[in-house]
Design a protein. Structure first.
Length: 747
């Protein structure tokens, strides 16, 4: 037998050692390290590895990529530009950084996340380009954690525990010492606070600050949604006590300071299940032939005074949160449902915008200030809609004349004819005239380039135990649009009144930037699969094109998908003191004045407006900009919580329909599967590519499709398919489908 020649055994090299050393030195670029410290950070302690490190340090020193600041201690030579941004993690652990320094998001591989978590503000550097041509970077410093509290399920062991976070963007479990489990039982849903992340630990350390209950229990899951976003569900006792001591009487001394409009015909139109009414309309025909229309808003700022615990709590909340089965109000009930609610047959203190308007819906005079009003009647949208639909006295001539003058067509959603309305009470006549004026105002707004978003809202019919027993869709009709137009008018005119004053005064605006061209291009790519074309030649063409798209998909299977994608292509509306106008509404000036019971920015707008009406100087812009940022952030969290509650309820609804087949539309295609939205109830779930057993399917990015290798069967964005429920996960809020096949389409 021939013996193989024996040589010296080669030690295993440390992979990617150059980048590893440079990463360590760049991450802590103000500190010097020797080879032992670097070896410790890498996690090696054998002689061979240490020798490799020493050799590599001298190689890098020779290449002038590092410097020896004292004998045996090295620092990175920093010729790299560092940037800051916000980390957006994907479910698989990789992420992207959104930074003002780059037009495109910067890809961050999971091994370069360096303990940053989703939403964190981070420092990073760009070190190479990926094969796809996109820039890639590495996080060096966590500037600010986006959050420290996470919801998850606790797993108890003898001397320690782990919390497995609900969020699929939390890539690590959280270690909890047994002494900090807060008496949680194994499997409980808990809220855990991060306390530390030791350098050599794989997981952050934390403590349980609240036991939420058992996973899957309805109240547990709803409270978990609120806790995940740091949203409260109860008021502190001192806030409730303070609110209950307020003088809510309509007293003569305060009435004397206000414009008395109690004799004017006034009414509210709200959803039939509304509990708080923060806006009312008044109507009066003047001797000069004009119509005096008042938009009256609950005077929340009269009761919520700055510097009180009530105001502090309202500011922190910034908004009411509307979950599927409950409302988490911004203000205690004594205010939201009583003192500040413009209930019928009650006098209330209000803040009003009063306009004199002619038959062409032109504003001839305006007045803003504090008032006292009396609501004569309360209408639901359905009741007001019945008045509008059952009338034949309005020929719609004013609407038609106005359309002819501005040379535009009447949108399909403006109805100007109906049946006979047998009675003609004063309020009904007011509603009919205001409906006519609202349609003219809407027509003008749309012709100016406003975008008509009438996205279908999913609503649930719940039983006594808050179980979903039915799904229905909320659509906006004439009565809704009547209220919308007059609220828009008040918001617009209040913003103009302050915004056009000289010298400039600090004010709070609701702004909406123009859409991003890249997002519009992506929208075009997707909607082209359905046969739609968009025109982005200029601002007006873009608006007209988007409106035509939304009109074209109305009532079609792809409507919800296209509506959603179009909204996502838009910039986010936000609060700021820097007025850039509102693109979606086609307004140069816009604010939020009309909902102070549920939005804190409206409270601030009332205060600032009264301050300027009293002749006050311009308020501190920096202070109000900070308050605007806080309000925008809280609005964003509230929106996420509301979406999560809808998703939770959709999955709960589908649990009772596991054996049924549903027709759905493919709403998304990825390399791991296809997303399908059921047409009948808008519930969205996923079919994993692993479960598509009839062929080997691969993702075709260009066609937004999953294509079978052998059969060439294609499942493309927008296709109708038949699915059954495979699995419902209330905890993760995830719905899995089994794909039955393509739906048959009638010719």
């Amino acid at each position: 037998m021939t013996r193989k020649k024996q040589g010296k055994s080669k030690s295993k090299g440390i992979s990617n050692l150059t980048n590893t050393i440079l990463s360590i030195l760049k991450k802590e670029r103000n500190q010097a390290f020797n080879y032992k410290q670097i070896a410790s950070k890498i996690g090696v302690n054998d002689a061979s590895s240490r020798n490799q490190i020493i050799k590599k340090l001298h190689d890098l020193l020779g290449k002038k990529e590092i410097e020896e600041v004292e004998r045996g201690k090295f620092k990175a030579i920093v010729n790299t530009e560092y940037h800051t941004g916000i980390l957006d993690l994907a479910a698989k652990g990789n992420g992207y950084i959104i930074s003002d320094d780059f037009d495109d998001d910067v890809f961050i591989a999971s091994n370069n996340i360096n303990k940053a978590l989703n939403g964190d503000e981070v420092e990073f550097y760009v070190y190479k380009r990926r094969k796809q041509g996109k820039i890639e970077g590495e996080i060096t410093t966590i500037i600010k954690r986006e959050k420290s509290d996470y919801v998850g399920v606790i797993q108890l062991h003898d001397n320690y525990a782990f919390v497995v976070a609900d969020s699929n963007k939390m890539y690590t479990d959280i270690f909890v010492p047994i002494s900090k489990t807060n008496n949680a039982e194994n499997g409980d849903k808990v809220l855990v606070k991060l306390e530390d992340w030791p350098e050599k630990a794989d997981s952050p350390h934390g403590k349980v600050i609240q036991v939420l209950g058992k996973p899957g229990d309805h109240n547990t899951e709803i409270h978990s949604i609120l806790a995940e976003y740091g949203l409260p569900h109860d008021f502190p006792k001192e806030v409730e006590d303070f609110a209950n001591t307020l003088d809510t009487s309509i007293n003569a001394e305060e009435i004397a300071k206000r414009r008395d409009m109690r004799q004017d015909l006034t009414f509210t139109i709200d959803p039939k299940d509304a509990k708080d009414f923060d806006d009312a309309l008044s109507f009066k025909v003047l001797k000069n032939g004009l119509y005096e229309i008042g938009i009256h808003i609950a005077d929340v700022s009269h009761y919520v005074q700055e510097g009180t615990v009530l105001d502090d709590e309202a500011y922190e909340r910034a908004t009411s949160v509307y979950l599927v089965d409950r409302v988490v109000p911004m203000l205690p009930e004594i205010l939201s449902n009583n003192a500040c609610s413009l209930r019928p047959n009650e006098e209330k203190f209000t803040f009003s915008a009063v306009f004199q308007i002619n038959e062409k819906a032109e504003i001839k005079d305006q007045w803003f200030g504090r008032t006292v009003t009396y609501s004569d009647a309360r209408f639901s949208y359905e009741e007001a809609q019945e008045i509008i639909e059952n009338n034949d006295k309005l020929s719609g001539s004013e609407v038609l004349d106005q359309a002819e003058k501005i040379n535009t067509a009447i949108p399909e959603d403006i109805s100007i004819s109906g049946k006979a309305y047998n009675t003609s009470p004063e309020v009904a006549q007011a509603i009919l005239k205001m409906d006519e004026l609202a349609k003219i105002m809407r027509l003008k707004r749309m012709s100016s380039g406003a975008i008509s978003f009438d996205k279908v809202e999913v609503k649930f019919e719940l039983d006594a135990q808050a179980n979903p027993i039915g799904v229905f869709f909320k659509t906006s009709k004439d009565a809704n649009k009547l209220i919308e137009e007059f609220m828009l008018l008040a918001n617009k005119k209040v913003a103009e009144f302050i915004g056009k004053q000289a010298p400039k005064k600090t004010f709070i605006y609701r702004v909406h930037d123009e859409p991003d061209v890249t997002k519009l291009a992506n929208l075009q790519n997707i909607v082209s699969k359905f046969g739609y074309k968009l025109n982005f030649k200029d601002k007006k063409a873009t608006s007209a094109s988007l409106n035509n798209l939304l009109k074209s998909v109305h009532g079609k299977k792809e409507q919800n998908l296209v509506d959603t994608l179009t909204i996502r292509s838009m910039s986010k509306a936000e609060y700021t003191t820097d007025n850039i106008g509102h693109y979606g509404l086609a307004f140069d000036y816009y604010t939020h004045f009309t909902s102070p019971i549920r939005r804190y920015p409206d409270v601030m707008v009332h205060r600032l407006l009264q301050h300027y009406l009293d002749g006050g100087k311009s308020a501190n812009e920096a202070i109000y900009e900070d308050k605007c940022n806080h309000s925008s952030n809280m609005e964003n969290l509230s929106t996420k919580a509301e979406r999560d509650s809808i998703k939770y309820m959709q999955i709960k609804f589908m649990e009772a329909h596991k054996n049924e087949s549903f027709v759905g539309v493919i709403s998304g295609v990825t390399d791991w599967g296809i997303y399908i939205e059921i047409i009948a109830n808008k519930c969205e779930g996923m079919v994993s590519v692993r479960d598509m057993k009839d062929d080997h399917y691969t993702f075709d990015q260009d066609q937004y499709a999953m294509v079978g290798r052998n059969t060439k069967t294609m499942y493309q964005l927008g296709d109708e398919v038949i699915v059954k429920v495979k699995n419902t996960d209330l905890v993760k809020k995830h719905l899995d489908f089994n794909l039955i096949g393509k739906a048959k389409t009638e010719v």
